[in-house]
Design a binder for this molecule. Structure first.
Ligand code: PMP
Length: 456
């Protein structure tokens, strides 16, 4: 028997059969039934219009249900929906790889496809370890990642992520990763001031703390396969915006100790930080770059791990044991690739990045004045991302972290006003589709301000 019928409301049918990510609290509100999307807006079953203030988990870039992307998808569907990628190739995959290579930082020349952000990271970790193994350097098997890191929900990606309620139940499955300080300036790990710190948290020049990247590499360098970072913006770990100098320093340190640098640009890629890739803020090229989310403009799941020719060459062999044995059923799905190609064309023929930079200005103008509110501890803006870190005491910077009740409360109150956001506990952020207008941005910030003043 089919348990639900189309005449029943979607949320009650859903409640019987669907298991949603991250929302199993008995007190969680029911999921919002969305029937249509257009531009920055989503429309519910009962006709409410919601502004998607966080791009549906950071994926939507040109807006929902964009006519140009819809057309590209339907053209491709009429041609070829899928084909195995271990034995075959197809135009969308090749064209996407060609286009990616032409826009990613210099030196990245090979694209390995998978199907989401976590798998793009898993591929990067596996590539790094096997790269060194194929070169006979079997001792290089460990990774250094940063505090507050989040790299995905699969086992390798969780291992690389900071210990948190997301990963703790799976502790026994995770491999050990060395953890270095992150440049979280508002809560500086070394209690320095940004103007005079000289990026001491990197530990590049003078000994600062045993947990800085510089000192960890000095100590463990020979056993490290790669350093993995979310460049310029650590996302799920608290929307932490970096000084670009930290990123350039990571590159220098990786070069000094001869380890690979992996940039997880799953969140930051495709314009989110105001440049096409976050690595551009420090004019660096990583050895491996992970892409997903905005890669398909938020249309379809697709991952890409982009590497150098040097890494590719280490796998090219007559010896089968050197092969990279990793491939997903939906590797390089043609529908996803075709939409990704069209999205990159849109970057080329309309001024998408100029719009993101304008959005950065609107966010700064709107959010910085909110720093006077007693609940606002820190305001951070980078490209199309605006962040308010909320505290209960500005002097001590006390904040409730991811489990802070303020998150669900803000979500509920903003939703009632027509704004869809998902704060990370006490970190409230906006990350709208790039097509948002100045007026819509101002409206979004007005809703936030009106709700925040009720918290005081
Ligand atoms: N890396 C980063 C930096 C991310 O922000 C995310 C997702 N939020 C992932 C990896 C994992 O991507 P996915 O959810 O597509 O598996």
């Amino acid at each position: 028997m089919i348990p639900g019928t189309p005449s029943q409301p979607l949320a009650s049918r859903d409640a019987r059969v669907v298991w949603h990510p991250y929302t199993q609290m008995r007190t969680s509100p029911p999921p919002i039934p969305i029937v249509r999307g257009e531009g920055v807006y989503l429309f519910t079953e009962d006709g409410q219009r919601l502004l998607d203030g966080f791009s549906s988990w950071w994926v939507t870039i040109h807006g929902h249900s964009h006519p140009r992307l819809n057309a590209a998808l339907s053209r491709q569907a009429a041609q070829l929906e899928h084909v195995v990628f271990a034995s075959c190739t197809h135009t969308p995959a090749v064209e996407l790889a060609e286009r990616l290579i032409s826009v990613v930082p210099p030196g990245l020349t090979r694209v390995f496809y998978s199907d989401n952000g976590s798998t793009a990271v898993e591929v990067a970790l596996k590539l790094a370890v096997q790269y060194w193994g194929n070169r006979g350097e079997h001792q290089r098997r460990r990774f250094i990642a940063l505090r507050h890191a989040y790299h995905g929900d699969t086992v390798g990606a969780m291992s690389a992520s900071e210990d948190s309620i997301f990963t703790r139940p799976f502790d026994s499955l995770l491999f050990d990763v060395i953890r270095a300080q992150a440049p979280y300036c508002y809560r500086c790990p070394l209690a320095r001031e940004r103007a005079t710190c000289g990026i001491a948290c990197l530990g590049e020049a003078t000994p600062a703390s045993p947990e800085t990247l510089g000192e960890l590499l000095a100590h463990h360098g020979d056993s490290i396969a790669a350093v993995l970072v979310e460049p310029m913006l650590q996302g799920a770990g608290g929307m932490i915006v970096w000084p670009a100098e930290f990123l350039s320093g990571v590159r220098r340190l990786c070069d000094r100790y001869g380890v690979l640098m992996i940039a997880d640009e799953v969140l930051t890629g495709f314009g989110r930080t105001g440049s096409l890739f976050a690595c551009e803020h420090a004019a660096i090229s990583p050895d491996i770059m992970c892409l997903s989310k905005g890669l398909t403009a938020g249309y379809l799941p697709l991952g890409a791990t982009v590497t150098t020719d040097g890494i590719y060459q280490a796998f090219l062999s007559d010896d089968r044991t050197k092969t990279f044995f990793h491939g997903h059923s939906f590797t390089a799905n043609p529908l996803a690739c075709a939409v990704a190609v069209e999205s990159l064309r849109m970057f080329e023929d309309s001024d998408v990045l100029t719009h993101v930079r304008a959005l950065e200005g609107w966010l700064r103008r709107g959010l910085e004045p909110l720093s006077v509110l007693p609940v606002v501890g820190d305001v951070r803006v980078l490209g199309g991302v605006g962040v308010l870190e909320l505290v209960s005491d500005r002097a001590t910077k006390a904040g409730g972290g991811y489990l802070d009740d303020v998150g669900p409360r803000l979500t509920r109150e903003l939703l009632a006003r027509g704004l869809l956001l998902r704060p990370l506990g006490n970190v409230l952020y906006v990350m709208p589709p790039y097509v948002i207008t100045e007026q819509e941005t101002a409206w979004m910030i007005e809703q936030i301000r009106d709700v925040l003043v009720t918290l005081d």
